[in-house]
Design a protein. Structure first.
Length: 428
């Protein structure tokens, strides 16, 4: 506790700038140990420090460095007019703050943090949001890293973010209805951009939804869109599309006349995520659908098989959510999915993702060593691209992946066009 003697001693030290670094080191040592003790090291002593230390201890401190016992520094005061002064009081008066050990500070920090999150959790007791946040905090998992970081930066702002994320999780659509993410954000926060995926609230909501569905945080845009769609939220619903032909659709137990018109004419139909959100059921001819990665191949197959108008889909070289949603609906009707893509790392990865998702419902079509041998290109693959093949899970695709890694050349499905057409016409 500060008293007149402590203040006078602190003033003495303040008027002796050559001792400042010593006092700062003593303070650091106290914070580390939790008590007065140990020694401090002073390197590259300045002239005023040498003079101040020599005068204080009545010893020679004119060397470049010095090692000083903390207790000996404090005991010097007993031989001065400050005899009996509490050295900790002096330090607190000198620095204008209460001395606390790092352990004490950490305990206070943790107690304040617990009290803070108890307050945040209380309004959501008995809800999924409460379980999510409590689980993340207790297990230091899911959104813990970002929550902890934002707590240290701005706890009051984080409280608002967590409130929005918790309300967003608790109010997700309970049935198959879909709502646009921007409208959902407006309903909860009055701001359509609150849950944008590049914002903190958007990330927290994704973490919360991932907890709901017991999955990991979706790292890329397509996986994020898929998780949001699964929870009833639409994003990029017009720009996220797929192309198909020869497929009919039902809405509220009635055939969709728009889809039916394209099916009857044999023309390709571009389907957006928004279109698919209103469809309950889809059907394919002969319980088969042929899926192509390449739009050129898709178009030529349509033209060459126009007389029978088979059910086909084009993924446009990437797995947009719209393609996955359409295929999800297709396999519900026990349809066999024939998939063919390029023999390069990216093509194999797409095929592997589809195989993992649809299992026995998906047949890897014209995707073997024989086809690779026949159409191998002269395009050499970089080491960086080849490394992607290390993550292939399907045993069937691992065989071709290993062959591609060995030869280091890709192969592209345009050269298999005649085989595709022949297979379809023969009704494989």
């Amino acid at each position: 506790m500060e008293n007149g003697l402590s203040k006078a001693c602190a003033d003495y030290f303040k008027n002796t700038p050559g001792l400042r670094r010593s006092l700062e080191k003593i303070k650091e040592k106290y914070e580390s140990l939790g008590h007065l003790g140990g020694s401090i090291q002073l390197f590259h002593l300045k002239e005023d420090e040498k003079e101040a230390l020599s005068g204080y201890f009545q010893k020679d401190y004119y060397k470049k460095s010095a090692q000083i016992s903390v207790m000996s520094f404090a005991k010097v005061l007993n031989n001065t007019r400050f005899e009996g002064v509490d050295f900790i009081d002096v330090l607190e008066c000198y620095f204008g703050e209460k001395l606390q050990s790092k352990k004490e500070l950490h305990l206070q920090y943790e107690e304040a943090k617990k009290s803070y999150f108890d307050k945040v959790l209380k309004p959501f007791e008995g809800t999924l949001a409460n379980k999510w946040l409590k689980d993340a905090l207790e297990n230091k998992d899911n959104a813990y890293r970002i929550i902890s970081q934002k707590y240290d930066e701005n706890p009051s702002l984080l409280e608002k973010y967590l409130q929005y994320a918790c309300e967003g999780l608790n109010q997700l659509p309970l049935d198959d209805t879909k709502i646009r993410l921007a409208l959902y954000a407006s309903r909860i926060t009055k701001d359509p951009h609150t849950f944008d995926r590049n914002k903190i609230c958007g990330k927290l909501l994704l973490y919360a939804i991932a907890y709901k569905f017991n999955c990991t945080y979706p790292e890329n845009a397509e996986e994020q869109s898929e998780l949001l769609y699964k929870s009833g939220l639409l994003i990029d619903e017009l720009s996220n599309f797929t192309m198909c032909s020869g497929i009919s659709a039902w809405k509220t137990e009635e055939i969709h006349k728009g889809w039916e018109g394209f099916m009857q004419s044999g023309e390709p139909l571009q389907i957006s995520l928004l279109n698919l959100s209103n469809i309950e059921e889809v059907k394919c001819r002969d319980k088969k659908v042929y899926v192509f990665e390449n739009p050129t191949v898709f178009s030529e197959v349509l033209y060459q098989t126009r007389k029978i108008s088979p059910s086909t889909i084009c993924t446009y070289g990437q797995l947009r959510l719209a393609s996955l949603v359409l295929l999800d609906k297709i396999v519900q009707d026990d349809v066999k999915v024939y998939y063919s893509g390029d023999f390069d790392p990216e093509g194999i990865m797409i095929a592997d993702k589809l195989k993992q998702r649809y299992g026995e419902s998906l047949i890897l079509w014209r995707y073997g060593i024989e086809e690779y041998n026949e159409i191998q290109s002269k395009v050499k693959l970089t080491e960086q691209r080849l490394k992607k093949l290390d993550n292939i899970k399907s045993p069937e695709l691992q065989v071709i992946a290993n062959e591609i890694k060995k030869r280091r050349y890709g192969a592209y499905q345009e050269l298999l066009l005649e085989y595709y057409i022949s297979d379809i016409l023969e009704g494989i």
